[in-house]
Design a protein around this ligand. Structure first.
Ligand SMILES: O=P(O)(O)OC[C@H]1O[C@H](OP(=O)(O)OP(=O)(O)O)[C@H](O)[C@@H]1O
Ligand code: HPA
Ligand SMILES: [Mg+2]
Length: 183
């Protein structure tokens, strides 16, 4: 939990996010045009806004499922220990699967979840992250689709939290601590 005062500076507008999701959907539709059904798996909690907007742009037969993993808790630093709190409801063996993530930072979360899901034997398994922060990567993993590459800033909004707050902002913003400001 942060007790330091901070403000949020907008980094990516709601309009830019919507435009990028349209482009990404076209790419995904092309790659999975022959699918009988695509299981779109949201990684809770951060991806709940992104998956809602993404599936509504996808002109494919989709099923939606969720898995919950977390490694940050209320901190700004990854614990590097990814815990699965909730597993999928459905089976993905032999199915086409797209994992939807809000942000890839150190890479521990997505890397761990992809290995966990791969072991369930899907036909095709791909991942999409709205944001990619490559400067902080600790594991060698690159999502198949990326919305925006961002600099090394702590971001919030559009589902992403800081100590569980700010998930409801319609845009992506960066956290700026005001006690860092020169007097
Ligand atoms: O690449 P990494 O360094 O692993 O960081 C990315 C992950 O961290 C955040 O989740 P968090 O653990 O905060 O849980 P949440 O989704 O419930 O907010 C974010 O939603 C990603 O899942
Ligand atoms: O920049 C971030 N903001 C919020 N949660 C996060 N989890 C990984 N990176 C971030
Ligand atoms: Mg998350």
């Amino acid at each position: 939990m942060s007790h330091r005062p901070y403000v949020i500076d907008q980094m990516i507008s709601a309009k830019s996010i919507a435009a990028r999701i349209e482009e990404l959907s076209t790419e995904i539709e092309k790659d999975f045009r022959d699918t009988d059904k695509l299981v779109v798996v949201g990684l809770l909690r951060g991806s709940f806004v992104f998956i809602a907007d993404l599936v509504r742009e996808l002109d494919l037969p989709v099923e939606v499922d969720f898995i919950e993993a977390s490694s940050y808790g209320d901190a700004m630093e990854s614990s590097r220990e990814v815990r699965i709190f909730k597993d999928l409801r459905g089976r993905i063996e032999g199915r086409d699967v797209l994992v939807v993530e809000d942000i890839i930072d150190t890479g521990h979360t997505l890397h761990h979840v992809m290995a966990y899901l791969e072991a369930k034997g899907p036909a095709r398994l791909k991942s999409i992250a709205l944001l990619d922060k490559p400067a902080r990567r600790e594991v060698d993993y690159k999502p198949d689709y990326i919305g925006f590459e961002i600099p090394d800033e702590f971001v919030v909004g559009y589902g992403i939290d800081f100590a569980q707050r700010n998930r409801n902002l319609p845009y992506i913003g960066k956290v700026r601590f005001t006690d860092d400001d020169p007097a």
